[in-house]
Design a protein around this ligand. Structure first.
Ligand SMILES: Cc1cc2nc3c(=O)[nH]c(=O)nc-3n(C[C@H](O)[C@H](O)[C@H](O)COP(=O)(O)OP(=O)(O)OC[C@H]3O[C@@H](n4cnc5c(N)ncnc54)[C@H](O)[C@@H]3O)c2cc1C
Length: 472
């Protein structure tokens, strides 16, 4: 009787991670005769391709994220569990979560990737990477704070250091961030300060390989580099970072003093892969079989950034469309198995690549067609809005983009949370705000910001500044 009941029970499909791979898999199982449990350590699905827009104050965090529970609210066979997956025991068909064990009949592992500092985790403190909403807010805080610190800094060299932004890694994220930082300095903040000229900020993009956007066709890399130069971004290719600290970046013997360093260089697979005890590639991704299952375990699928999937001898790239296609494919194979049919191999359809560089500037490679400039930018805009989850988010993002496009302004310029300690301690002790201009809130009170003279450039000599140095 018990055996009969258990064979009649709907199979339990557990999905770890509600990013692109996991969420699309869950939705593809909505009509399956199965119970679906989606486990994520965050309560929201995040549209990572627009994270840099949060980091550069163009949109707020809630516009690019949506609660997983809300996305799946109409899917009766789906349950959402907020928990962290600690490890997987495929031999026992169990996942070990932060709050206990969960059994599965089928498992889809879609926990994605994280950033890698190539063995220099100590750099993370000085050069935040961009992967989560918290990362984006931290970057936004550092970038906006750098201008505030420069405004109240009396020493010309230190002021220059605050106004130097180094972005390490010229893949799509590095290019997008550097382009947005240049726009912030040249347009958004151009008239907001009294003592510094934000337009004098240096944005330096550092890349270890010979060209920016290495996965793109060389002609598009060239075009992207030209578009970046027109925005004022200094591109340094063939440049290997050897050291990062709170005062800047070293490229071998060369030192770039920069108070804001952002890391867009390395990716490493989710550490959960190690618990599977199967062969991994150098980035820690799981070497899956052609049907996306784990070697030796037909009931475990690995999809998205965590999976090393080959197509014609090349790895399928770690991009959102690949994760979506793999998530959908794993779900379809599970439906086939429920019907007693064999699995089918996965076939990746490359829909192209797009990277935006700034207002009206982008490059795109779509089905062999190479686009750049305004046309590529419009394609980028349309595709990103189309794939954002939720009508409200699409609507608000379009409004925000239209506002930024027409006014050059960015609506989310908030400095939130405590100021980074290493930045605070390094502010000049003689912070140049006359005592009588200080407010009870300390040197950052609004009075201090209304100093009468605006410097033409950060190289201007300190005479003019003397008036602001507090005579201790
Ligand atoms: C800044 C940035 C910009 C990008 N820009 C683009 C772009 O323009 N175009 C493009 O195509 N791709 C872009 N990508 C890549 C794209 O976002 C990824 O390829 C895609 O998100 C991979 O999907 P995934 O489902 O494998 O993983 P993710 O989307 O990363 O989802 C993983 C999920 O698993 C959860 N998770 C992780 N570990 C655990 C755990 N132990 N327990 C429980 N839950 C866990 C996470 O919270 C997350 O929700 C970008 C990525 C970044 C970081």
């Amino acid at each position: 009787m018990d055996m009969l009941r258990s064979s009649e029970m709907p199979k339990h499909v557990v999905i770890l991670g509600a990013g692109f791979g996991g969420l699309y898999a869950a939705r593809a199982l909505r009509r399956a005769q199965a119970r679906v449990t989606v486990v994520d350590r965050r309560n929201h699905h995040l549209f990572q391709p627009l994270l840099y827009q949060v980091a550069t104050a163009a949109v707020g965090p809630s516009e690019i994220a949506a609660p997983i529970r809300s996305i799946l609210r109409r899917q009766a066979n789906a349950t959402v569990v907020l928990s962290e997956a600690r490890s997987i025991a495929p031999n026992r068909k169990v996942v070990i979560l932060s709050h206990g064990e969960m059994r599965y009949d089928f498992l889809i592992v879609a926990t994605g990737a994280t950033h890698s500092y190539f063995g220099h985790d100590e750099w993370a403190r000085y050069a935040p990477a961009l992967k989560t909403i918290e990362d984006a807010l931290e970057i936004r805080r550092r970038v906006l704070f750098a201008y505030e610190a420069a405004e109240v800094e009396s020493d010309p060299q230190r002021r220059r250091d605050w106004l130097t932004f180094a972005v390490v890694g010229a893949g799509p994220t590095g290019v997008e961030l550097a382009g947005a930082l240049a726009e912030i300095s040249r347009h958004t903040l151009a008239h907001d300060f009294r003592r510094i000229d934000p337009k004098q900020a240096r944005i330096i993009l550092v890349e270890g390989l010979p060209r920016v956007l290495p996965p793109y066709a060389p002609i598009l890399s060239e075009k992207a580099q030209r578009q970046m130069a027109s925005l004022g971004v200094e591109v340094r290719t063939n440049a290997h970072v050897t050291h990062i600290d709170e005062h800047g970046v070293s490229l071998g013997n060369e030192r770039i003093p920069a108070r804001t360093v952002l890391w867009c260089a390395g990716v490493a697979a989710s550490p959960l892969a190690k618990s599977l005890n199967v062969p991994l590639d150098r980035a820690g991704r799981v070497l899956v079989r052609p049907d996306l299952t784990l070697p030796g375990h037909d009931d475990v699928f690995v999809v998205g950034d965590l999976a090393a999937v080959e197509k014609n001898g090349k790895l399928v790239p770690g991009v959102a469309p690949a994760a979506v296609q793999e998530g959908l494919h794993a779900a379809r194979n599970i439906v086939r198995a429920l019907r007693g049919e064999p699995y089918e191999p996965f076939r990746y359809i490359d829909k192209g690549s797009l990277a935006t560089i700034g207002r009206s500037r982008a490059v795109a490679e779509i089905r062999g067609l190479k686009l750049s400039g305004f046309v590529a930018w419009i394609s980028w805009l349309t595709i990103h809005v189309f794939f954002l989850i939720g009508f409200r988010n699409r609507f608000i993002v379009i409004i925000n983009w239209a506002y930024s496009y027409l006014t050059f302004r960015r609506g989310a310029r908030l400095i939130t949370g405590p100021l980074p300690p290493h930045q605070l301690t390094s502010l000049s002790p003689n912070t140049h705000v006359p005592l009588d201009e200080r407010t009870p809130f300390g040197p950052f009170g609004h009075q201090a910001m209304t100093a009468p003279e605006k410097l033409e450039s950060p190289t201007q000599e300190p005479e003019k500044l003397e008036a602001f140095v507090c005579p201790v």
